[in-house]
Design a protein around this ligand. Structure first.
Ligand SMILES: [Fe+2]
Length: 343
């Protein structure tokens, strides 16, 4: 009985003793993309990173345990804007972050910032579609694409952000018509991941898909997925008009106060050139600092598309605060259109 009691006391005391040199992170990002960044940070500072990796439900977890972690890191900074609105974040204070990250990738009140972004592009069949056949997101509603388009669930964060940006940029009516027209042209029920859409193009199940730019680099670097990437090309829509929509990943401080210094150190670590290079080379996302060269696989995206050179493309910038306001309306519209319903 005595031994048991002693053990309980020790376990309870442990987190307090360890908290001084420990940083707790809550994240929905891919583990293999974050761990190398954590390792480099641990090596540079001696601070241990303890991360909880979630597939989904990041915002709900943050709401139910607001100070469980010091930092929240997400593939989808739209969630940080929603967290800000629910008063779950505190501002960061870092001249290094402000210097390295352009203002358009920072919340105006320093509640969060993006470390990198990616383009939500079109994947098209190398053999069955010519880049000249493509132009804008809106053109995907044309009759010639009937039964030829693939997309993952409309309710995935990537599509909620894309559709939210369309709502904000085009207005609700036009955006709704576009989403309805897109659905009417689907080759199959929305399913799978972004990479599964490239696989479907490879398997001739569809000819055009909506997916994130960096998956091309990931597929071409993988033995198993290389054929999907090789069957597919990237097109940046709306280069002649407003530009291609992007998805931003992001970081923010939770309301926890105990490890503020270490958490701020981590924010600064992420915007260092070395880390920005690591992000570009490991994930094929675009680092925000804009100071570093991109890997060849990233520079090659959009090759063959008029107006895109060395992978550089025009971005349609929609502030995250505007996108977040549209989220409920987007979900209602997807429900009304039965976007995910089996075809
Ligand atoms: Fe992803």
């Amino acid at each position: 009985m005595t031994a048991k009691l002693t053990l309980v006391v020790c376990v309870l005391a442990l987190p307090l003793a360890a908290s001084a040199a420990e940083l707790k992170v809550l994240t929905d990002r891919t583990e293999s993309h974050l761990v190398p960044i954590f390792k480099a940070f641990e090596k540079a500072t001696g601070i241990t990173v303890k991360a909880v990796f979630l597939e989904k439900g990041l915002l709900a977890r943050l709401q139910s345990r607001p100070t469980e972690a010091d930092l929240v890191i997400t593939k989808d900074a739209d969630l940080l804007e929603l967290a800000r609105g629910k008063n779950l974040l505190q501002p960061f204070a870092s001249p290094a972050v402000e210097k390295a990250v352009p203002a358009r990738f920072r919340d105006p009140k320093s509640m969060y910032f993006s470390d990198s972004y990616r383009a939500r592009v079109l994947f098209y069949s190398r053999d069955r579609v010519k880049p000249e056949d493509l132009s804008s997101y809106a053109a995907l509603v044309e009759k010639r694409w009937k039964g030829r388009i693939c997309i993952r669930s409309g309710y995935h964060d990537y599509n909620l952000s894309l559709f939210g940006q369309m709502f904000a940029a085009y207005g609700k009516e036009r955006a709704r018509r576009l989403i309805a027209g897109l659905r009417a042209n689907l080759a199959r029920t929305p399913t799978g991941s972004d990479r599964d859409q490239a696989r479907a193009i490879h398997e001739k199940k569809c000819d055009v898909a909506i997916a994130n730019s960096y998956y091309m680099g990931i597929m071409l670097s993988s033995k198993e997925q290389r054929p999907w990437g090789e069957a597919t090309r990237v097109f940046f829509p709306d280069q002649a008009a407003g530009g291609t929509f992007i998805l931003r990943s992001g970081l923010a401080l939770t309301k926890a106060k105990a490890n503020l210094k270490a958490a701020t150190q981590f924010l600064e670590h992420v915007v260092r050139d070395e880390t920005q290079d690591l992000i570009a080379n490991l994930t094929f996302a675009y680092p925000v600092s804009g100071r570093r060269p991109w890997p060849k696989l990233t520079r090659d995206l959009g090759a063959g598309q008029r107006g895109v050179k060395d992978g550089l493309f025009k971005i349609h910038e929609v502030p995250l605060a505007e996108v977040a306001k549209q989220r409920d309306a987007v979900i209602r519209t997807l429900d009304e259109l039965k976007f995910d319903k089996p075809l």
